[in-house]
Design a protein around this ligand. Structure first.
Ligand code: ADP
Ligand code: MG
Length: 457
C-alpha cells in the first residue's frame, strides 16, 4: 500500500513524493488508516520506525490554516526531541502555505514563545514543564486542539512527567483525538491510556522484525585475495543504488576503494585518517546520493547515520557479533528487503560460527562461482554543487532553493539535500540538471550576492 491510497491532502502526498518517501514503514501501514479516521491510538514501535511521519500526517491532514490557534499539541520528553519533531513536521507540511509549527520548551526565552503564540501557531510541540507553565499563565490556549500526541510516552513516564501530563490534559477540550506513541508497552502506559484515551482505542504494534527485513548471504572464499573480485560479482548481482563495504583496516578500505574506482564505480573510502573536511565531504555526498558506495572501517562508520541502504557488504567479518548486527542494520528500506553479504575465508571460520550462534541461525553458505557475473552499472542519482557561502553569510536553505529555481528555472524537485556549513554549502542536484544549474549560478546571484560555485571534489 502506498501513501496515495490514503485519504490524505494531495499536497501532503505530493511532498512525500518529493521527499522520496514512497513506501510506508510497517508502523505507518498499520496506524495511518485508523489515525486518519480520527481514532485514538497506541502505536508501539522501535526507534527509527517512522512514528513521527505517522502522527505528523494525522495532524497536518486536519489543520485548518485559517484558524491560527493551536489545533494540535505534541508532547515530547526532551527539548532535543521536541526540536526534531518540529523540524520533521515542518518538512512534512512544507507544501501547505503558512503552516506554523512552534516549539515550547525550557531553556528558551519564555517571552519569545509568548509572542510567537500571540502571532498564531497551528501546531505546538513542547516539553511538559514549559507547556504547563504557559498554560497556567494563560498564554497558551488549547481549546481548539483536535489532535493530542504523546511522543515517546514511555520515556516521559520514566522521567516522571505523569503529573504534568495529567494537568496539561485537563486543559484540552472534551472532544479530541489522543495518540500515544511508545517504544514499549508497560503497565503504566496501559493505565495512562485508560485514563486519557477513549474506550475504543486502537493498539497497533510493529510486527516485522529486523530478521525478516534483511537477507543475510554468506560466501566462503579460499583466500583474502579473492575478495575484491567476489565483491565485483556481488555488486553486479545486486545492482544496489547505495551500499557500504566494511573492511578490517584502513589499508584494505583504501585499496578496495581504489580498485572499485578503477572499474568506474563511484565510491569513496572513509576511515580515521581523513581530515574533518574530507570526512564531511564524503559523508554529505553519500547521504545526498552523489556517491554510490562507501568503503569503511568500523571506527569511521560509527558516526554515519544512513539507513535504508540496498546492500551492506562485510568484506571482512568483525570480531564482535554485535558489530555484525550493527553493520547489517543499515540496510533494509521502509518495507523493502535489504541484503547483507558477508565474505569469510578459512581463517575467519570461527568468526562466522560466532555470528551464527549469536543470530541463532543456520546460514546457508553460498559459492561465489554460482553467481553469474554482470558489470555493475549504476550511477549516482545526484551530484553535489559547492557554494562559497554558508552560515556566516546567513545563507539558509530557502535562499539557495530560491536562487536555483530563479536562476536556472528548474523545478525544485531537481534539488536534493542541502548542507549549510559555516563558510560553504553543498547542494545536491539531480544529475541531468546539474550542469545547467552550475552554469546558471555561475552567472547569477544568491541573496543578491555573488558566490563562487563549483564541483565538490
Ligand atoms: P521514530 O520516531 O519511530 O524513532 P522517526 O519518525 O524519527 O522514527 O523516523 C526515522 C527516520 O525515517 C526519519 O529520518 C524519517 O525521515 C524516515 N522515514 C520515516 N518514514 C519513512 C518512509 N515511509 N520512507 C522513508 N523514510 C522514512
Ligand atoms: Mg520518534
Amino acid at each position: 500500500m502506498s501513501f496515495n491510497e490514503l485519504a490524505l491532502d494531495p499536497r501532503l502526498v505530493k511532498n512525500l513524493g518529493e521527499l522520496n518517501f514512497t513506501l510506508m514503514t510497517p508502523i505507518q501501514k498499520s496506524s495511518l488508516p485508523h489515525l486518519l479516521n480520527d481514532k485514538d491510538m497506541i502505536a508501539q514501535a522501535e526507534t527509527g520506525s517512522g512514528k513521527t511521519l505517522a502522527f505528523g500526517l494525522g495532524i497536518l491532514n486536519k489543520i485548518k490554516v485559517k484558524n491560527t490557534r493551536p489545533q494540535s499539541l505534541v508532547l515530547c520528553p526532551t527539548r532535543e526531541l521536541a526540536e526534531q519533531v518540529a523540524t520533521e513536521l515542518r518538512k512534512i507540511g512544507r507544501l501547505i502555505p503558512n503552516i506554523k509549527v512552534l516549539t515550547i520548551t525550557g531553556g528558551k526565552s519564555e517571552y519569545q514563545q509568548e509572542r510567537s503564540l500571540a502571532h498564531g501557531a497551528h501546531i505546538v510541540v513542547g516539553t511538559t514543564g514549559r507547556v504547563r507553565k504557559l498554560l497556567n499563565r494563560k498564554v497558551l490556549n488549547l481549546e481548539f486542539v483536535e489532535t493530542y500526541v504523546l511522543d515517546e510516552a514511555d520515556r516521559m513516564l520514566d522521567m516522571g512527567f505523569i503529573e504534568d501530563i495529567e494537568e496539561i490534559t485537563d486543559y484540552l477540550p472534551r472532544e479530541h483525538q489522543t495518540l500515544l506513541f511508545s517504544a514499549t508497552f508497560p503497565d503504566n502506559i496501559k493505565e495512562l491510556s485508560q485514563q486519557i484515551q477513549r474506550d475504543d482505542v486502537i493498539h497497533v504494534q510493529e510486527e516485522v522484525s529486523e530478521k525478516d527485513l534483511i537477507e543475510e548471504v554468506f560466501f566462503r572464499l579460499d583466500d583474502h585475495k579473492e575478495k575484491t573480485s567476489a565483491l565485483l560479482t556481488v555488486l553486479g548481482e545486486y545492482q544496489p543504488q547505495q551500499f557500504i563495504i566494511f573492511c578490517k583496516t584502513k589499508v584494505i578500505s583504501d585499496s578496495v576503494a581504489r580498485e572499485l574506482a578503477r572499474e568506474g564505480i563511484e565510491v569513496e573510502p572513509i576511515h580515521g585518517d581523513l581530515d574533518q573536511r574530507d570526512r564531511t565531504s564524503v559523508l554529505s555526498r553519500f547521504a545526498n546520493g552523489s556517491i554510490n558506495g562507501l568503503v569503511a572501517t568500523d571506527v569511521a562508520a560509527r558516526g554515519i547515520d544512513v539507513k535504508g541502504l540496498d546492500l551492506v557488504v562485510n568484506l571482512d567479518l568483525p570480531f564482535d557479533p554485535e558489530v555484525y548486527v550493527h553493520r547489517i542494520g543499515r540496510t533494509g528500506r521502509a518495507g523493502e528487503k535489504g541484503v547483507a553479504v558477508s565474505f569469510y575465508i578459512p581463517k575467519e571460520e570461527e568468526l562466522f560460527d560466532r555470528i551464527s550462534d549469536f543470530r541463532n541461525a543456520e546460514f546457508k553458505v553460498q559459492n561465489i562461482n554460482d553467481c553469474e557475473s554482470h558489470p555493475y552499472d549504476i550511477k549516482p542519482l545526484m551530484k553535489t554543487l559547492f557554494i562559497s557561502g554558508g552560515k556566516r553569510d546567513k545563507l539558509r536553505p530557502t535562499d539557495i532553493v530560491g536562487a536555483i529555481v530563479g536562476e536556472a528555472k528548474i523545478d525544485f524537485e531537481a534539488i536534493g539535500k542541502i548542507n549549510i556549513f559555516p563558510v560553504y554549502s553543498y547542494v545536491a542536484i539531480k544529475l541531468d540538471q546539474y550542469h545547467h544549474v552550475l552554469k546558471s549560478l555561475e552567472r547569477g546571484k544568491i541573496k543578491n550576492r555573488k558566490f563562487k560555485v563549483g564541483h565538490v571534489r
